[in-house]
Design a protein around this ligand. Structure first.
Ligand SMILES: Cc1cc2nc3c(=O)[nH]c(=O)nc-3n(C[C@H](O)[C@H](O)[C@H](O)COP(=O)(O)O)c2cc1C
Length: 367
């Protein structure tokens, strides 16, 4: 069965507006690390990579994680920076190319925290940082961040946001998921602080709240701030920050209050219910509980594993049905759009028989 036979794909191709940001459709390119920016500087090839997706009709591009100005923000010298003249000139060119192709582009700001191997490149002298010096496996892996370190990192996020705005990005996304630094503060396993940055789930939002407030201060009221959240963490796919809708509501409230415009709700399979008793996924619950627009993600357009009993066409029909019911507002596509830069155009034009399928063995070549 071809995509759209059962369900019109039109809801995917409705425009979306938030303040001054208008997107031509509901398709987002998910943020995906490439490690192709030597010394942190995105070059002409990076611009061409994003431009190709914009030319092919994706509504919004979310860049790969770009690190903030902190010596331990990454352990990989090829991750792009969102600071420094050369990197910012590189990004300004990326933005120009995407805009010239009629696209919109938002920069994802990233600090990996304790997932970085300590004293690794590009800054061998820098120790990795985290809320409690505990890694994602629960092992001791350093010292807890001091208050002044926390203050410095918050400022680095705000500076990154200001840089992104100045060079023409259409918004920023804070990476608050997957077990990286912000999520290390959210998660009880990695945040065992007893000061104001630790405590119950609401108190563990404090670090993110201060980052969002500082970014808001830096970019003004109308510039979109998106927060990416996830229940799962690297190496702990079953982890849950919020175990019920009530807990999720408590967790989200301070983040909304701090100034988040859109929540990017990272799940691995968009069709899986987040909590028993309702079909809503994480994006669905987040939108319902906050009234804020939400982005869903998770295996859209991928051939499903045999146990899912769904083919990729039925999955896209289900995605469109949920979008049409306004369960969420936008849908991010990751690996399928790596495999096929023309994914959005082919779906729009009903050329799904021409889609280049994603296969895991090609991942390294596609990045
Ligand atoms: C190669 C690769 C790199 C990724 N890098 C990032 C990243 O930098 N930031 C992020 O938030 N998510 C990252 N992700 C997760 C994706 O944004 C997305 O949530 C995930 O791939 C699920 O979407 P998909 O099933 O459509 O691929 C990455 C995923 C892949 C496959």
């Amino acid at each position: 069965m071809s995509i759209g036979q059962k369900q019109s794909i039109q809801p995917l191709f409705q425009p979306f507006t938030l303040n001054q940001l208008t997107l031509a459709n509901r398709i987002v390119m998910a943020p995906m690390t490439r490690s192709k920016s030597p010394d942190g500087i995105p070059g002409a090839d990076v611009a061409a990579y994003y431009r190709r997706r914009a030319e092919n009709g994706v509504g919004l591009i979310m860049t790969e994680g770009a690190i903030i100005d902190h010596p331990a923000a990454t352990g990989d010298p090829n991750i792009p920076h969102m600071y420094g003249e050369d990197a910012l000139n590189g990004w300004a060119h990326v933005v120009k190319e995407v805009h010239a192709a009629g696209g919109k582009i938002i920069s994802q700001l990233w600090h990996v925290g304790i997932t970085r191997r300590t004293r690794s490149e590009p800054n061998l002298e820098a120790a990795s940082i985290s809320p409690s010096g505990i890694d994602l496996m629960g092992e001791k892996a350093g010292e807890p961040m001091t208050e002044s370190e926390i203050e410095g990192v918050i400022k680095a996020y705000a500076d990154g946001a200001a840089n992104a705005k100045r060079i023409g990005f259409d918004g920023i996304e804070l990476h608050g998921g997957h077990g990286y630094l912000i999520d290390q503060f959210f998660w009880e396993k990695t945040n065992q602080r007893t000061d104001r940055y630790g405590g119950n789930l609401v108190k563990r939002t404090r670090f993110a709240v201060e980052i969002i407030e500082a970014c808001r201060q830096a970019v003004g009221p109308d510039f979109p701030i998106i927060l990416r959240i996830s229940q799962w963490k690297i190496g702990s796919y079953g982890a849950k920050l919020a175990k019920s809708p009530e807990e999720l509501a408590q967790f989200l409230a301070p983040l909304v209050e701090a100034g988040v415009d859109i929540f990017d709700c990272s799940s691995r399979h968009f069709w899986e219910p987040e909590f028993p008793g309702s079909e809503l996924n994480l994006a669905g619950w987040t939108k319902k509980l906050t009234g804020k627009p939400a982005i869903t993600v998770g295996s859209v357009g991928l051939e499903s594993e045999p146990f899912d009993q769904k083919d990729e066409h039925e999955m896209i029909d289900e995605l469109v049905e949920r979008l049409d019911r306004k369960e969420f507002d936008l849908a991010a596509i990751g690996r399928a759009m790596l495999a096929d830069p023309a994914w959005a155009a082919k779906i729009r034009e009903g050329r799904d028989n021409e889609l280049i399928p994603y296969t895991a063995d090609r991942l390294k070549d596609l990045m």
